[in-house]
Design a protein around this ligand. Sequence first.
Ligand code: U5P
Length: 236
Amino acid sequence: MELLYEGKAKRIYRTEREGEFLVSYKDSATAFNGEKKTEITGKGRLNNEISVLIFEKLKEAGVANHLIRKVSETEQLVEEVTIIPLEVVVRNTVAGSMAKRLGIEEGTPIPEPIVEFYYKDDALGDPLITESHIKLLKAAAPDQIEELKTKALKVNEVLIPYFSERNVRLIDFKLEFGLRKDGTILLADEISPDTCRLWDKETNEKFDKDVFRRDLGSLTEAYEEILKRLGGPAHV
Ligand code: U5P
């Protein structure tokens, strides 16, 4: 298969079928725009399995997305899209860069979910941008920006109770969207502990990439806990 793209955590291949890509999840963990980097055996499987479960849940709830089906422990088949160069972040509780930027204590609840846009550009370090910047950069048209916000908030509405029923608090998460050839917008990329902050509802224990970013313990154990709580398959 032709390798189309290799990112920090995934490889994307063209398949024989028109309009379908194979995504293969890698065992590498990176943070701080690639400055911190290591190989973690089993990470690819955990993120692939978790992302498949979440995208299936979203599809069931009426949120169209690129997932076609899981292919193996580390691979999934997805619909071809052209990724919109924006990271759409939704926040329910203050954490991470928002805590730092605004000087608000991590863990402070946010009354209404906040949607932020970051410009996907490694050289610029993915800066936080406003809707005016998005228009200036021509990254998305005004009606598309509205659609991205609506879709991101819908994902939040589905995932808050989904995690909560499994004793996990959805603190924040990052989404990416793509364009189909007909111009419609489709939720794409991944949703996993690499792209979400997930805290235990009772103890606030972190089960996400902050474990790696902040050296808080075993990333594999944290991600295994999420997969287990989502009812995911055991390793074969
Ligand atoms: N996030 C990503 N990729 C990035 C930056 C952030 O997935 O390149 C996710 C984080 O994991 C967190 C949310 O769930 O977006 C907000 O991150 P931060 O802006 O607080 O760092």
